[in-house]
Design a binder for this molecule. Structure first.
Ligand code: PRX
Length: 662
């Protein structure tokens, strides 16, 4: 069963899971009544509510005003100054807790059967981050400059991002699975002059050639003046004299004194690119104060974090190259003074029990992963789970895509031992932090629903006039009031920001997800309402994949749609009009052509964008006005019976041909 199919069956879902009494008794928010009271107040008096949260953090200068709002522009904590790196590190050190472990890192590959584990204390972080901040300064980086980071999951990635935050540089992190052209596009869009990378990174015992990808990207742009290379895999790399520098050389002997810069609450903290419905990725802008407050509070409440429990160990399996890693490995966690686990490698290396082996060895208490990973583990077999003691776990989270009830129940039974509340968190790169989610001590959950709005979040399901629709009717999900970690814009593209998020339903933030609310007040996400598909928890723009395909020499035109996929939730299906004659379906020539197209997309965009299906064709189903009938393509890709009216099609025979070529 796939995530997409499950959306249909969710209407029948009626299983309920109340938080265990013992858990609720110790939780920050221990009942639904308490949640409802707090939520109502947070919506009625947002400024007082958020000010109380913000007061739990360090500010150099307090705010004059909590919020200035004129849609779509929000300014939070107006006039205040702070530093997020200071809140992540210095604050703990100054409280005399510098010896506590902040980050636990586990490497791949396993050397001699023993995994390499590194513990970084707040003192270690302060020293390394300050040194690297001085390295950045020595290379001319100033407050407001955009620094591009393209690294594997090594502690130095966390150190690099925190160093940027420390001196007020704006980081733009690129997921290590992206390709050279993605690096070039992001460097150019951000006008970045400095890039930090690794020689390579380990994934399934193979070297991912990060530096070689950077070299290829930098042949296409000359903006970058300095490249800093952290040596991880010791693979052979080419170092361009004058431009490329080894991390260890620059760190050698540099001062570890670098006070955190006083940042305005609205100073830009980072840009992170996400796919949109048109070809070009959007550089989502997040600022300092609001993002800090929101990720701090949501980390604490969603995972019921307990800084004073020495056993508390939180593990989010995402890569820091995605928003989940930004917000819920580093920035929301460290100010909560809870140990955060970072891992390098893959869920099935050295074996399909890697995660459960890690949970057992590290005694993980709070665990956060994606439905696609859960479905993969289900497929690999329960025996890999059953051989491990998972009794340390207390809360389980999911993120990135709808979770189908079967996967939810498996997670609950096999991983959570039927005792751990599951938090299905709905949010986006743009929202910065959790928006809809159960609270583990308060919410009675139901598989497949992300339940209720987070405190301070005014969510609703409306029609295109902004009117709330009745329970169980599908509509558009909107957020009606500003929240602290909301995106402040798309880097360099004001018009696109306004059009994409604020014009579909005037005056409200529109995330482009469909949803419904059930009679209990629980939200159900029904899928994207734009041309973005969520594949294995990652947002991919169908147009971006189409333009990558069209740049292949054999492709004349391409249309990309999603289809239900057992593990990824949604798979990528491409319909390609070839330039020359279409090779016979199933022939070696057809297979070779598809393989070459797939490899081309992987090279242009990265392996996650590779189509799962390619159909070669001489034509696409188009209406007489020339519009590709995407709904029809979705049905063909899913193998569904075609029930739609195809009379408006220019060439009706094309549908049968496409069905036969799959
Ligand atoms: O469609 C929603 C889906 O992922 C989109 C956001 O993708 P991205 O910006 O890459 O961020 C992913 C990590 C936060 C959303 O618009 N999505 C995310 N979480 C869920 C979800 N769909 C259903 N349930 C979720 N819990």
């Amino acid at each position: 069963m796939s995530g997409a199919e499950s959306t249909e069956s969710n209407l029948q879902e009626n299983r309920r899971f109340a938080p265990p009494a013992e858990f609720a008794a110790q939780a920050h928010i221990g009942s639904i009544e308490e949640y409802e009271k707090l939520h109502s107040r947070s919506i009625a008096e947002p400024e007082a509510f958020w000010a109380e949260v913000a007061e739990q953090l360090h500010w150099f200068k307090p705010w004059d005003k909590v919020l200035e709002w004129e849609a779509p522009d929000a300014k939070w904590f107006v006039g205040a100054t702070t530093n997020l790196c200071y809140n992540c590190i210095d604050r703990q050190v100054e409280a005399g807790l510098g010896d506590q472990v902040a980050i636990v890192w586990e490497a791949e590959p396993y050397a001699d059967g023993q995994p390499q584990v590194v513990n970084l204390t707040y003192n270690d972080l302060l020293r390394e981050v300050s040194k690297f901040a001085n390295v950045l300064k020595s290379k001319g980086v100033q407050k407001g400059d955009v620094v591009t980071i393209y690294m594997g999951m090594v502690p130095e990635l966390a150190i690099a991002m925190l160093a940027c935050a420390r001196i007020g540089a704006v980081h733009s992190i690129i997921f290590g699975g992206f390709s050279a052209s993605a690096i070039r596009d992001r460097v150019e869009d951000g006008k970045s002059k400095l890039l930090i990378t690794c020689d390579g990174s380990w994934r399934r015992a193979k070297n991912v050639p990060l530096k070689a990808n950077v070299d290829e990207a930098l042949e296409m742009t000359d903006l970058i003046e300095n490249v800093i290379v952290y040596q991880r895999t010791e693979c052979e790399v080419h170092m361009t004299v004058g431009r490329d520098h080894w991390w260890h050389d620059l760190m050698d002997g540099i001062s570890d004194d670098c006070p955190a810069e006083e940042m305005d609450a609205e100073d830009l903290l980072f840009i992170l690119y996400t796919s949109g419905s048109t070809g070009k990725p959007k550089g989502i802008m997040h600022t300092t104060g609001g993002y800090m407050v929101h990720t701090y509070m949501t980390s604490k409440l969603t995972f019921d974090l307990k800084p004073d429990d020495p056993d508390e160990l939180y593990w989010c399996t995402a890569d820091i190259g995605w928003i989940t890693g930004h917000s819920y490995i580093i920035y929301g966690l460290l100010p909560n003074r809870v140990r955060t686990l970072m891992y390098e490698g893959a869920p099935n290396e050295p074996g399909p029990d890697r995660f459960w082996d890690m949970v057992e060895r590290h005694k993980v208490t709070k665990f956060y992963t994606a439905p696609t990973a859960i479905r993969a583990f289900m497929k690999w077999g329960d025996e890999h789970v059953e051989k491990h003691d998972l009794s340390s776990l207390k809360v389980l989270g999911t993120v990135g895509e709808p979770i189908n009830p079967e996967a939810w129940v498996w997670y609950h039974e096999k991983i959570g031992g039927e005792r751990c509340p599951i938090v299905d968190t709905w949010w986006q790169t743009e929202t910065g932090g959790h928006m809809l989610t159960p609270l583990p001590g308060a919410t009675t959950t139901t598989p497949g629903s992300c339940c209720r709005p987070m405190l301070g979040i005014d969510a609703a399901v409306v029609n295109s006039d902004g009117e709330e629709v009745p329970n169980n009717s599908g509509g558009i999900l909107v957020i009606r009031k500003p929240w602290p970690s909301m995106l402040r814009g798309i880097y360099g593209d004001r018009q696109r920001f306004v059009q994409t998020y604020w014009e579909k339903v005037p005056g409200m933030y529109c995330p482009a997800d469909g949803a419904r609310v059930d009679p209990d007040g629980n939200f159900w996400i029904t899928g994207r309402i734009d041309d973005v598909i969520v594949v294995a928890g990652h947002n991919l723009g169908t147009m971006e994949i189409e333009s990558a395909l069209v740049s292949h020499p054999d492709v004349a035109e391409a249309a990309v749609v999603g289809f239900p996929h057992d593990v990824k939730g949604t798979g990528i299906s491409a319909f390609v009009i070839t330039k020359g004659a279409v090779p016979a379906p199933g022939s070696d020539a057809a297979e070779a052509m598809k393989k070459s197209m797939s490899a081309h997309v992987a090279k242009e965009l990265g392996p996650i964008s590779k189509p799962d299906q390619i159909r070669l064709t001489e034509a696409l189903p188009k209406t007489r006005s020339g519009k590709i009938m995407r709904r029809l393509l979705r049905d063909i890709a899913a193998g569904n019976e075609i029930k739609q009216d195809t009379t408006t099609l220019e060439d009706r025979g094309i549908v049968e041909k496409l069905q036969a070529s799959g």
